[in-house]
Design a protein around this ligand. Structure first.
Ligand code: CA
Ligand code: CA
Ligand code: CA
Length: 354
């Protein structure tokens, strides 16, 4: 009798644990839209910029770097494990791309060319390459390299800067003044098929893709001062999102597609703001001294298991595919097609980070 009681107790306990885990999984999955963390650069007067993190609701401010030098323009790797950024040297004459672990440790300098301004790093969605701007006194170039700094090479046919890789990896958007004033362009990732997306007498800068690749957000002074605009990724349907006399700049789309972070001078210095992707609910997040600039959303990284055999699946390429399933992203169990065998598997989302 005693053994039976123990067995029943054990079964009940197991049911309770399973139900708790299931509820936890459901809750985590369904709260995806309220998540979000943003990295940005704080620019104190002593020129010792540091990278900070803040949650998209304004909570959880933390300084990530404690590193001598101006640490600028953080860019999360697609699996959120690393951050690329750039640092000034030689009295601002040399700017170099760096990478660090997401906890601020293990800082490595990837580019070292003296007298050029390497900036605006952006990762390929498979995490294997970094594309960036290289400015000299008389040229604006776009370069790429492997994520460890090897195989550095220039896009020979491109004049421009501020590159950002598309979420599906096939295209790169950038700004360029090759046609007389700055406009937004897009090209294939091999630099073929370069197309101009904007065409006006004002300046357009800092394009950033929506997570499904269908839209691009940018800054433009076409209406008298810099505002944030969005457009379809073919340049149609250009829509203004901000409307105030101060500079609004450096927009970055959230990984769930619902929000846009940007910097704004509307309070007398640059602060990090977020708004809904239709421009509503513009909210200031930062309250640090000096300017707070160059926001970059942390990607949502999704860990999954194969429902049929319980194997854990490799997270980054698959979480990238899951991003593409919007608006069906809230399903705890999803069926996906993979190149590897078996080609179709059912996967359970076990953890969402971001
Ligand atoms: Ca620093
Ligand atoms: Ca223009
Ligand atoms: Ca403005």
């Amino acid at each position: 009798m005693k053994a039976k009681h123990y067995l029943m107790l054990a079964i009940m306990l197991l049911i309770l644990i399973c139900s708790y885990i299931y509820k936890k999984i459901s809750k985590e999955s369904f709260s995806l839209s309220s998540r979000g963390m943003i990295a940005f650069s704080n620019t104190p007067a002593n020129d010792n910029n540091e990278i900070y993190l803040i949650n998209a609701d304004g909570s959880g401010l933390q300084r990530l770097t404690n590193h001598q030098g101006r640490d600028c323009a953080p860019a999360w790797s697609p699996d959120a494990a690393k951050i690329a950024f750039y640092v000034h040297y030689d009295n601002l004459n040399t700017w170099s791309i760096h990478v660090m672990d997401a906890d601020g440790s293990n800082i490595q300098r990837l580019t070292e060319k003296i007298g050029v301004r390497d900036h605006s790093p952006s990762w390929s969605p498979d995490g294997k390459q970094i594309v960036f701007s290289r400015g000299t006194s008389d040229s604006a170039e776009i370069w790429r390299m492997n994520a460890d700094g090897s195989n550095l090479r220039k896009y020979d046919s491109v004049i421009g800067g501020g590159p950002e890789w598309s979420p599906d990896g096939t295209r790169i958007t950038f700004h360029s003044n090759r046609d007389g004033n700055s406009e937004i362009y897009v090209m294939n990732a091999d630099d073929s098929n370069q197309r101009r997306l904007t065409n006006n007498n004002a300046d357009e800068w800092w394009p950033s893709w929506s997570p499904d690749g269908s839209q691009i957000v940018l800054q433009s002074n076409r209406d008298g001062n810099y505002e944030i605009y969005k457009m379809n990724s073919d340049g149609t349907n250009q829509t203004r999102l901000t409307n105030n006399p101060a500079e609004d700049a450096e927009p970055d789309w959230s990984p769930d597609g619902e929000k846009i972070a940007f910097s704004s001078f509307r309070d007398g210095k640059f602060e990090i703001y977020v708004m809904n992707s239709d421009g509503s609910n513009q909210t200031r997040l930062t309250n640090l001294s000096e300017h707070n600039i160059q926001p970059d959303w942390r990607p949502i990284s999704i860990d999954t298991t194969d429902v049929d055999n319980g194997n854990s699946l490799d997270s980054s390429p698959k979480s990238f595919e899951l991003f593409q399933t919007y608006p069906n992203r809230f399903n705890v169990i999803t069926t996906k097609r993979y190149a590897k065998q078996p080609s179709i598997v059912s996967i359970r989302i076990i953890r969402i980070k971001g």
